[in-house]
Ligand binder design. Sequence first.
Ligand SMILES: [Cu+2]
Length: 411
Amino acid sequence: MGPGSPEISTHFHNRHTASESDGFAGNFYSPTNCGPTLVSTGAYQDHHYASTYAGIDQYGGNGDPREALGTCWYHDHRMDFTAAHGYRGLAGFHLLFDHIDSCNENDTNPAALRLPSGAYDFPIMLADKHFDGNGKIFYDQFAGEGFVGDKVTANGKIQPYYNVARRKYRFRFVDAGPSRIYNLALQYQGVNQPFKFIANDGNLLPEPLERDHFELAPAERADIVVDFAQFPLGSVLYLVNRYQQRDGRKPDEVLLNPGVPIIKFIVNRDVLSDPSRVPARLRELPSIDLSEVVRTRRFQFKRTNGMWTVNDRIFGINTPVATVKRGTAEIWELEGSGGWWHPVHIHLEEGHILSRNGAPPPPHERGRQDVYVLRNSETVRVFLRFRDFQGQIPHALPQHGARRPRDDVAL
Ligand SMILES: [Cu+2]
C-alpha cells in the first residue's frame, strides 16, 4: 500500500562488508519476488557483518584500527524505491565501538577517549516529511528531482524538546533524506553557540574542530560535543536549520536568520561531576600513498532528459562503469553539474578527499569520507583503496525452511 514496493534490500551504509552482504540495490527480495542480481524467489537473505576494520589485505589480522567506523546507519536500498522506502521509515542507526571509542566515559584504559557516553551519547535522525490534511505522510512517487517535506522530524517527532544536564553531550546526526540539505546551528538567544565537531561521516577526525554550525546532506553524518555547563540553569537552546529548500535540487544558497527550530533543549539540572572529555587527539588517519594509484577515473553526474546519468549513462544494474582491481588504489574525480547539489556515495570503501575544485578540502573533510557533496559543478578528487573484498556475482538465496550449510557466508 502506498509509495514503494514490498521488497527489501537492507544496505548497511558504508559498512566494510563483502558485497553479497552490502544490501546492493539489485539484491531485493520478498516471498514472491527478487531483484535482478539474485536468482531465486520465496527466499531470505542473511547478511554477514564481519567485525573487522578495513585493510585486512594490507595489515592482516583484524585490519587497521585507523579505519574504524563509528556512527553508521542502515536503510533500505531496493532499486528504484530507495527514496520512498527510506521516507517511510526503513532506516536506523548502528553505532560501532572499539577500545579507542569505547562507549564508556569512565574507561580506565589509557587508549580510551572517554567521550560522553551512555545517556549522554545521543543519536538524532533528521528526516523531512510532508503531511496531508488528515495528518498522514504524503510522498510523490514521481518526484524525479527529489522531494522535500514541509516538516522536519528529529527521531520521528516534529519539534521535540529534550531536558539536558549542565555537562557534555555527544550528539550524532544523520540526514536520512530523502533530499533536504541542512545548515545546522545550536542557538542560544538567537546566536550560534560553539561546540566541538569530532566526526564526519561517522569517522572520528584526528583532532576536534571548534565550530558553530555544520552542513548535512542526505546520508551524511556528523558527531558534535556540546557542553551545556556553559549555560545557566533554565536556559533554552534551539537546534535550527538555516537553509531554506523549495525542491529536491538544492537549498537556497542564503542563510535564514535565525533559522527554523528543529529541537528545543532545556538546561534543567546540574550533575555531580562530568567525567567525559574531548581529548586534543582523537583517531589517527591512515596515510595516503599516491604511489599506490594505478589510474584516475572521472565520473560526471548529470541530469539528462529527466534522468540521472553518470558519464552520460543511466543506471544499469548489470553493466559496471568501472572494473577495479582488488589490492590497488585509484583517484576518482567526481564532477557535478549546474542547478543542483548531489551527495555522491561510494559503497564498501572510504575515500580521502585530495582536493575540492583544485583547492585543499576544508578541515572537516580531511578525514575518511563516504559521502561527497557536489555543489553545482564542483569537482572533488578522491583517493580510494580497494581492499579485502570483490564485487558480487549473482547468487541464489537460501529457501524458506531449508537447512543452510555452515559455510554459506561464502555464497
Ligand atoms: Cu552506503
